[in-house]
Design a binder for this molecule. Sequence first.
Ligand SMILES: [Zn+2]
Length: 98
Amino acid sequence: MKRNPRLRKIIREKSEGFCAECGQYDAKGECDHILPLFLGGQDRLENLRWLCRRCHLEKSIGETPVRAKSDRLRLRHELTKRRRAIDPDRAQKQRRTP
Ligand SMILES: [Zn+2]
């Protein structure tokens, strides 16, 4: 998804550079998506806040396992779909056997 640079500026101005998490001033902080884009968050004002680089980094690290898991699940889902497309009969039988 494309990020809107105008929103970043608005958030930056609204927060006056103060971190929404720890309150520390960081002029070079980051515009954070409260609900991450990869989890369906939107690139909108309501979903954005200003974070200092440290808090943003910590948040990003915390999200990594979630991201990896959702990637894995998507991959598995894709594989299942593909397998079914190649051999629908076999997929059916497999589903019936416990
Ligand atoms: Zn902070």
